[in-house]
Write a protein that binds this ligand. Structure first.
Ligand code: ADP
Ligand code: MG
Length: 334
């Protein structure tokens, strides 16, 4: 069973950035307003996510890393989203099968913090008292120590760190009311967002430039059964000016896509966005798109990490997204 668990874990956590994503989502679920991510050696030596969220009760410390342990009972409407996008009670369990995991957590009403170390889903020793602030710190050491084939398949520490920074950047833009910090220990400056609450403020903090255009709106199309709310941001953090190369963007754009609060990738939608901008006289290095869509219209089963999506009604979705019309709107707060 251990082997099966390790294989399953390897599907959920294929690289350090996947673990970071799951841990950040847990911190957000715990209503954290400050999340600090630390990574050493591309996250393979050390990955740590510290939050000021609601914490884990003493009684739950023993079981949180067990498979299918979840405290998240959600509304019916949400169930479909979780079933299709997320993994239920799998993240901590998976990580504990492929790394040395320890948790330190304190709830608001607890007299002190508690800490525990885990292996293969179970505590290695009884939970102990310790000092600590309200919130949770998850420490992941020696990721893939028992998966030699996985480590050789990974890219360099620098590439893995860049992938971690990419995940942090996306979640920081999507959650501007939360202050994110990424510590890279000499492998790059800290990334930090202020948590002021607007997407442009987060983008400015991360990319050091102003947001060019912001568009926020709802687009409904009940008739075609594609109900989609889209908020888009077009930022030009790198340079402004007319596009060289015959109207084609000379810089590859950065495309941040969130569907129902989860960061996902969609190659077809990225191509559609690129096409949209290729005909315009702007350079567009950054597009952030926040879609709310009926989960039944989205197919996430084309990749085991569930990070890649396809739309069942692709043309309709692309048409809706084009209506976000980044090009006609002046700067405003989101
Ligand atoms: P899921 O998020 O699907 O519930 P996880 O394996 O990611 O599954 O987490 C298991 C449980 O551990 C969560 O349901 C939650 O109760 C608890 N937990 C994990 N991380 C945190 C955190 N940062 N703050 C508070 N509780 C957490
Ligand atoms: Mg989770």
């Amino acid at each position: 069973e251990l082997v099966i668990n390790q294989i399953a874990a390897g599907e959920v956590v294929q690289r350090p950035a996947n673990a970071v994503k799951e841990l950040i989502e847990n911190s957000l679920d715990a209503q954290a307003t400050q999340i600090t991510i630390s990574a050493r050696a591309g996250g393979l030596k050390l990955l740590q996510v510290q939050d000021n969220g609601k914490g884990i009760a003493r009684a739950d410390m023993d079981i949180v890393c067990e498979r299918h342990t979840t405290s998240k009972l959600r509304e019916l409407e949400d169930l479909q989203t979780i079933a299709s996008f997320g993994f239920r009670g799998e993240a901590l369990a998976s990580v504990s099968h492929v790394a040395h995991v320890s948790l330190t957590s304190r709830t608001a009403d607890a007299p002190c913090a508690y800490t525990c170390e885990y292996a293969d889903g179970k505590p290695k020793a009884p939970t102990r008292l310790c000092a600590g602030n309200a919130g949770t710190t998850v420490t992941v050491e020696d990721l893939f120590f028992n998966q030699p084939t996985r480590t050789t398949a990974l890219k360099s520490a620098t590439d893995e760190l860049n992938k971690i920074a990419d995940v942090v950047t996306r979640y920081a833009v999507h959650n501007p009311a939360v202050s994110f910090t990424l510590r890279r220990f000499g492998a790059g400056n800290d990334l930090r967002t202020p948590g002021y609450g607007t997407v442009p403020a987060a983008i400015t903090a991360l990319f050091g430039s102003t947001v060019a255009k912001v568009r926020h709106g709802s687009i409904g199309d009940e008739e075609r059964e594609v109900v989609l709310r889209a908020a888009g941001v077009l930022a030009r953090p790198l340079f402004l000016g007319p596009v060289a190369n015959g109207g084609r963007s000379s810089k590859k754009s950065m495309f941040m896509l969130f569907i129902n609060e989860r960061s996902v990738e969609c190659r077809q939608l990225k191509q559609a966005i690129d096409l949209l901008f290729s005909t315009q006289d702007v350079v567009c290095p950054l597009v952030y798109l926040d879609l709310k869509i009926d989960p039944r219209r989205v197919d996430v089963n084309c990749h085991p990490t569930k990070n890649h999506v396809q739309f069942l009604d692709q043309t309709a979705v692309f048409e809706r997204v084009q209506e976000v019309n980044f090009l006609d709107v002046e700067v405003e707060g989101l």
